[in-house]
Design a protein. Structure first.
Length: 196
């Protein structure tokens, strides 16, 4: 009586199947990891756009405080409600937005304090010098630039430029500059009387 042959694969067949599977799986893994990098980059850009809207809203329209200012109201007047443009250098503290008006101050979104070491000029933060250490508590990559001489109409319009940086993305991205965006807008000074 003849014995039936065993069912299964030979070693050669298993090796060929493994190599073929590797050629199919490797591009899929590369695509997956590149998709993850793309996702974090897009997520960072969306976050910066959202923060830019908040910053421009606060700077342009102002805010309300819990206490009263010089004019006995809780209003922090935005640029649209001011007579004179604010000083751009005073609109940031440790990379966090800080807006003052009517002897009141309001701050923008804050992060947990983190220390960033600059590896080169403008890397990973736009106002870094090589070897500097920065304490970061917000999204403001540079001081706000308030330009009262360009694009001025009758001395009533000003251009505001903000540079926002996602400090998390700036430290982990292959290209740290991708974590920084610059935004510009023009506001009109509508107040006819002196600012309180």
């Amino acid at each position: 009586m003849r014995r039936s042959s065993q069912a299964g694969f030979t070693l050669i067949e298993v090796m060929i199947a493994s190599v073929t599977s590797m050629f199919v799986i490797m591009p899929a893994l590369v695509f997956m990891f590149r998709s993850y990098d793309w996702y974090t980059s897009v997520e960072s850009e969306l976050m910066l756009n959202r923060k830019a809207r908040l910053v421009f809203d606060l700077i342009g329209n102002g805010a309300r405080a819990s206490t009263n200012g010089n004019d006995n109201t809780p209003n922090l007047y935005g640029i649209r409600g001011r007579h004179v443009a604010p000083n751009g250098n005073s609109l940031r503290s440790n990379y966090k937005l800080q807006y003052a008006s009517n002897n009141l101050t309001v701050t923008g979104d804050a992060l947990a304090t983190q220390t960033v070491t600059c590896t080169a000029s403008a890397t990973p933060l736009p106002d870094c010098g090589a070897g500097q250490t920065k304490t970061v508590t917000g999204w403001m990559g540079k001081n706000v630039l308030v330009n009262t001489s360009a694009r001025v109409v009758a001395g009533r319009t000003i251009e505001v430029t903000i540079t926002l940086t996602d400090p998390f993305q700036a430290q982990r991205a292959d290209d740290p500059t991708s974590a920084t965006q610059t935004y510009r807008t023009i506001y009109t000074l509508n107040r006819d009387t002196t600012d309180p």
